[in-house]
Ligand binder design. Structure first.
Ligand SMILES: Nc1ncnc2c1ncn2[C@@H]1O[C@H](COP(=O)(O)OP(=O)(O)OP(=O)(O)O)[C@@H](O)[C@H]1O
Ligand SMILES: [Mg+2]
Length: 350
């Protein structure tokens, strides 16, 4: 998006070097319909202010670009726009060519990973355990998996895996003053074991997560991994909404109890508008003998599966044993089926 002819000439030359065609919009009005679907958006420094005024929706892979001298200081306006990068030409020319190459038709899809979210219908529903189980199961099947903790009040998802002592960065260290994360080095800096990587909260003071940080983390996970699993809070903050909007599938975990069903109905109303594929995981037992299918009908969601209480699993969690780590039991079986459905791999391939 630019009406600066000299800048446009430079960008067309770089796009040609990267082997992609450019869709040109002189201003935000004509860019609006193409803004969200485009794999990469460059906004010329001449259009930064009009872009801000137009209040276009937040998007990933947004670059503010200009020539040296035009963009100083560019950071402030880029932050306001939600731009991930500022490219100052001519120094950033090789970098921009690489970004164009990534979008080109001959490349494997750089955003191929599946992204799935789990949230609970009431507090303590078992959502974090299901999220952990899905991630562990996928990693056991040799799928490179990123497990993302999107619940600042959850106590740290690393604890669900028994990874409290595992070296690597947590959210607070990854979000600097303005909440920006360096996507390229993100996955390498996180705690990992085998094919599983975790982006967790720590046990420090409560901080909110900017949606730009969540978007950048998911983007990095998509690029580096086969599957991204997001553990969402029930009360959806901006970062959680950003995550929910970018998932392929989301699961709502609901205990088969009357009050849980009532609470879950509210969560459904908040979450469903952001996610086309939301389905239900019912957690037993049901003291009032509510049937899973009945609960699904009441909540108006398809039933993805059920989990039974596993005392061994509950005790193991307290000792730092990750859910579904041995591949046995009802939770592991459910996770194997869901990971298979999500990634097209055979269930239980591990
Ligand atoms: N399949 C299971 N079998 C036995 N116990 C379980 C199972 N799933 C969860 N639990 C127990 O329920 C507790 C709460 O689970 P979890 O933390 O996953 O819930 P949540 O929905 O994420 O809660 P929060 O509202 O805090 O996010 C766990 O600490 C564990 O003790
Ligand atoms: Mg939780």
């Amino acid at each position: 998006m630019t009406s600066d002819d000299a800048l446009l000439d430079d960008l067309l030359r770089l796009a040609a070097a990267g082997g992609v065609e450019v869709d040109l919009a002189p201003d935000p009005v004509s860019a609006r319909s193409r803004w969200s679907p485009a794999p990469l958006v460059l906004v010329g420094s001449d259009q930064a202010q009009p872009c801000l005024r137009a209040r276009l929706p937040h998007r990933r892979r947004l670059v503010l670009v200009g020539r040296s001298g035009q963009l100083d200081p560019g950071r402030d306006v880029a932050d306001l726009m939600g731009a991930e990068y500022v490219a100052v030409l001519p120094a950033a020319e090789p970098w921009l060519v690489d970004r164009f190459v990534e979008c080109g038709p001959d490349r494997a899809n750089p955003v191929a990973a599946r992204v799935v979210a789990v949230l609970g219908g009431r507090g303590g529903a078992g959502a974090s355990v299901v999220a952990g189980g899905l991630a562990v199961t996928a990693a056991r099947s040799r799928l490179r998996t990123l497990l993302v903790d999107a619940d600042p009040l959850g106590g740290g998802l690393d604890l669900v895996l028994g990874w409290e002592q595992q070296a690597g960065l947590r959210w607070p260290a990854l979000t600097d003053a303005d909440g920006r994360v360096d996507a390229s080095s993100l996955v390498r800096a996180l705690p990992s074991r085998g094919d599983l990587v975790v982006l967790s909260w720590d046990r420090g003071d409560l901080r909110s997560l900017p949606s730009s940080a969540m978007a950048a983390a998911l983007d990095a996970g998509r690029r580096a991994c086969d599957l991204v699993v997001v553990d969402l809070p029930r009360h959806l903050d901006d970062a959680a909404v950003t995550a929910l909007q970018s998932v392929d599938r989301a699961f709502l975990v609901v205990p088969a109890e009357l009050r849980a069903a009532a609470a879950a109905a509210r969560v459904v109303r908040a979450a469903a508008p952001h996610c086309a594929d939301l389905s239900l995981i019912i957690r037993g037992p049901s003291p009032g003998r509510i049937r899973a299918a009945e609960l699904a009908r009441t909540l108006g969601l398809p039933l993805a599966g059920t989990v039974r209480p596993e005392p061994v699993l509950g005790r193991g969690l307290e000792r730092g044993e990750a859910p579904a780590a041995d591949g046995r039991g009802p939770l592991a079986a459910l996770c194997q089926r869901l990971v298979g459905e999500l990634t097209g791999t055979a269930p239980g391939a591990a």
